[in-house]
Unconditional design. Sequence first.
Length: 262
Amino acid sequence: MAWDPEHYLRYADHRTRPGLELLARVPDPDHEVVRVVDLGCGTGHLTARLAERWPAAEVIGIDQSPEMLARAQAEHPDITWIHADIATWEPTNQVDVIFSNAALHWLDDHPALFCRLRSYLSDGGVLAVQMPDNWAAPTHQVPATLLDDGTWDPPARQALLRDRLSSVDDYRRFLQPATLDSWRTTYHQALTGDDPVWNWVTGSVLGPVLAALDDEERARFRHLAQTHYRQAYPMADDGVTVLPFSRLFLIARAPGTTHPDA
């Protein structure tokens, strides 16, 4: 599917905030930072913050969406942007900081994925990841219930992203011998406008589903989903719809030369 940067950035402040809070918690490696990679960089807003944090480093943004990368390149031409699949990405040299905001939940096989990413870190290097952790909430259960009723074409059902996250204990095991700092935050996001939860999810998890439906089925799905979302997330008298949305944060630090127990 083609990602729409304008649609995705409609709630840019809400989508960027977890990434900024993740970045604020990233410790500096115990050596000069030479190479920083942002996996699933999207429009590059957070990649630019990485470049501000480590101005002497080579900063690389990687994404599979040409539309997102075009926006990133236009706004931040001094950063290196690479069109690639983050599921199969391999660096040519070890990386001091690997950062990923709301991207790795799209990928399968987290045991192999996180073990591989950890192996790409330099001594004392850091892997910092934020992933949506809202799979049991109506945002994700509404489309799952609708698409699993048997009346939709298989491609649409298959296009819906399902829960691929592991437990924190499992991530700790995948990332050994790196040490892991982890936490979970629920943001109670105040959204405005008509059908704001629908607009939120169609900018991310429902994008592939809508792309897999024809016009008639897309209209039917939209009507049903919007009805359920309005019931699950009612608008208050002041016009605000509160969307609780949880995120899982993981920061892994590889053993370093000056901090052997880190």
